[in-house]
Design a protein around this ligand. Structure first.
Ligand SMILES: C[S@@+](CC[C@H](N)C(=O)[O-])C[C@H]1O[C@@H](n2cnc3c(N)ncnc32)[C@H](O)[C@@H]1O
Length: 247
C-alpha cells in the first residue's frame, strides 16, 4: 500500500484508529502553553490537521482556528466536523497563509512527515513567517536515538459488525535522517479477516539537532510528553512537547 493509503483510501477508519486519543486534553494543554508563552492572541493554524479533531477543540476553546493537510479525504472529514473553519490542501514544508496567526500546532508526531531534514528546515522557516510577533509553535516529536524498534502500541475497536485492531510502532536503523512509522489495521467481520499494512517514511532527528534547527527562529522550551501537567523535559524520555516562541 502507498504511504498515504491510511489518509486517502482508509481515511474513513482514521477516527476509529484514534478513538483512545484524548484530543480535548491535548488541545487544552497547548492552550495553557499559549497562555504562558504566547502573545494573548486567539488565531490558530493546525498543520497536518487530519480529520480536524484539534481544530474542533480549539474553536470550542475560543480560538479562530483553521487547518491544513496534504490529503483531501482527511480535509473533507475535517470540514464536516468544523464547518466554521477553513481548511487548505497544502504541504506543511512550504505552506503559506493570508494573515499571520498567534499559534501554530502540529500534533501526533506529524512534524516527522516533513520529507527529510531540508524539508523540516523549510517547514520551520514557513512556520516562523506565518506567526505573529511572540507567536507560539507547539508540536510533539520523538528523538531518533531513543526509538525502541521492538515497541508497538495496539488497540481494538468495534464498528457495526466488525472488530478492528490498530497497531503502530517506530523503526529507526540507527543511522541517517529517515525513520519509519509502521502501521497495520486488521478488520474482522464474522469469518472474514482483512489486514492492511502501511509503512510511512518520516524524518529522523535528535532533540539536540532539532533544537539547533529551531534556535535561529525561536526560543525553545521542551516539556515532558504529558498533556495533563506541564513538566520541563527531564532529558531522558524519548518523546516530548516542544513549545517554541517566535523571536
Ligand atoms: C497521524 S495523522 C495526524 C492527524 C491529526 N493531526 C491528529 O492528531 O489526528 C498525520 C496527518 O498528516 C498529514 N500529512 C502527511 N504529510 C503531510 C505534509 N507534508 N503536509 C501536511 N500534512 C501532511 C496526513 O495526511 C495526515 O492527515
Amino acid at each position: 500500500m502507498s504511504a498515504n493509503a491510511l489518509y486517502t483510501d482508509l481515511s474513513g477508519y482514521y477516527d476509529l484508529m484514534c478513538l483512545d486519543i484524548d484530543y480535548q486534553a491535548q488541545s487544552s494543554s497547548i492552550d495553557r502553553l499559549q497562555q504562558i508563552f504566547g502573545n494573548g492572541g486567539n488565531t490558530h493554524l493546525d498543520l497536518a490537521c487530519g480529520t480536524g479533531p484539534h481544530v474542533r477543540h480549539f474553536i470550542d476553546l475560543g480560538y479562530q482556528s483553521n487547518g491544513l493537510d496534504l490529503n483531501q479525504p482527511m480535509l473533507d472529514i475535517a470540514q464536516l466536523r468544523c464547518p466554521e473553519a477553513q481548511f487548505s490542501l497544502q504541504n506543511m514544508s512550504e505552506f503559506k497563509i493570508a494573515e499571520p496567526v498567534d499559534l501554530i500546532t502540529c500534533f501526533l508526531y506529524s512534524i516527522h512527515y516533513n520529507d527529510g531534514i531540508n524539508k523540516l528546515k523549510q517547514c520551520i522557516a514557513s512556520v516562523h513567517s506565518a506567526l505573529k510577533s511572540q507567536g507560539v509553535f507547539c508540536f510533539n516529536v520523538v528523538d531518533k536515538h531513543k526509538i525502541d524498534n521492538a515497541l508497538f502500541v495496539s488497540h481494538t475497536a468495534t464498528q457495526e459488525n466488525s472488530v478492528f485492531t490498530f497497531r503502530s510502532g517506530w523503526h529507526y536503523s540507527g543511522t541517517g535522517e529517515q525513520q519509519s512509522l509502521q502501521l497495520s489495521i486488521g478488520k474482522t467481520t464474522g469469518e472474514e479477516a482483512q489486514v492492511w499494512h502501511d509503512e510511512h517514511p518520516m524524518v529522523a532527528v535528535s532533540f539536540d539537532e532539532l533544537t539547533a534547527l529551531l534556535a535561529p527562529y525561536f526560543e525553545v522550551h521542551i516539556f515532558e510528553h504529558d498533556y495533563e501537567k506541564i513538566v520541563p523535559w527531564g532529558q531522558s524520555s524519548g518523546n516530548a512537547i516542544f513549545s517554541c516562541v517566535k523571536i
